[in-house]
Write a protein that binds this ligand. Structure first.
Ligand SMILES: NC(=O)c1ccc[n+]([C@@H]2O[C@H](COP(=O)([O-])OP(=O)(O)OC[C@H]3O[C@@H](n4cnc5c(N)ncnc54)[C@H](O)[C@@H]3O)[C@@H](O)[C@H]2O)c1
Length: 254
């Protein structure tokens, strides 16, 4: 759930009719007004035949995260899936960060996973089932220069995913994460090139941004949405503690 999005009907043209894999399920998706989160909502709604309620929340606040559960219960009477997707990063060297900047990244990425999960887990435990997916990053597996808080939090998400899978698997709850490579979302599009790269064309910037050696392009938000859909569906019923890399080959030979 997120701020009400401006609907762009043709934003994700590659999405095809779904197979109803989530029929009857209730999911909350954070960061759903943009990029990867919006693509995931679009997929579930437009292709799987669902409905959505949008709620404006701040994932850095526990009381807002608690509303992820209460809003779902009020609107749909249940909750089956939490997709922690909201995220942010600050590009500068570690010693240049203020406390506020450092805490902003930790709160938006790692602590939001903790808060979101803490809000929904009592309900999942009571039901004896549930699914949690979080958006990590290939920068949780590899480092990226001048991105300390982002790299640290995304790596922590990967290992917290494994830890939670151990704790909650016996209770019927699966916990996974996705590690996107460079995906062409508003966040990335708005990202300024480094000063040394000024003068390059937009096309060159995209290619460099993608930094992948196989598919030689940036990914599309819906290509992450399909991975998330798999992880939360029954097709992935034996998959837990997994970090699903969707990166067009970025990490193949790293
Ligand atoms: N785009 C990429 O190349 C890429 C690569 C790897 C991982 N990711 C991750 O994917 C996720 C989605 O990012 P995106 O690329 O779609 O970017 P985006 O900027 O399009 O979306 C980010 C979303 O997070 C939400 N958000 C940020 N802070 C929030 C807060 N405090 N409370 C509630 N919502 C908040 C924003 O409103 C927005 O909807 C992030 O976790 C990001 O780190 C993105």
């Amino acid at each position: 759930m997120a701020a009400e999005p401006e609907v762009l009907a043709d934003e994700h043209p590659l999405m095809r009719q779904g197979m109803g894999r989530l029929r009857g399920r209730v999911a909350v998706i954070t960061g759903a007004n943009s990029g990867i989160g919006r693509a995931t909502v679009d997929e579930v709604i437009a292709r799987e035949g669902g409905q959505a309620v949008f709620t404006k929340i701040d994932v850095t606040k526990q009381e807002d995260c608690d509303r992820l559960l209460t809003s779902a219960l009020e609107a749909f009477g249940d909750l089956d899936i939490l997709y922690n997707n909201a995220g942010a990063g600050i590009r500068k060297k570690l010693h240049e960060h203020t406390d506020d900047e450092w805490n902003f990244v930790l709160n938006t990425n790692l602590n939001a996973m903790f808060r979101g999960a803490r809000a929904v887990l009592p309900h999942f435990i009571k039901k004896g089932s549930g699914n949690i997916v979080t958006t990590a990053s290939t920068f949780g597996l590899l480092a990226s220069a001048e991105y300390p808080g982002y790299c640290a939090t995304k790596a922590a998400i990967v290992n917290l995913t494994r830890e939670m899978a151990l704790d909650y698997g016996p209770l019927g709850i699966r916990v996974n994460c996705v590690c996107p490579g460079a995906i062409e979302t508003p966040r990335f599009r708005g990202f300024p090139p480094k000063p040394t790269l000024s003068g390059i064309t937009e096309e060159q910037r995209k290619t460099m941004g993608s930094s992948n050696k196989a598919l030689l392009r940036m990914g599309r938000p819906e290509e992450i949405a399909y991975g998330v859909l798999f992880l939360v569906s029954d097709e992935a019923s034996f998959v837990t503690g997994h970090a699903l890399v969707i990166d067009g080959g970025q990490t193949i030979d790293a």
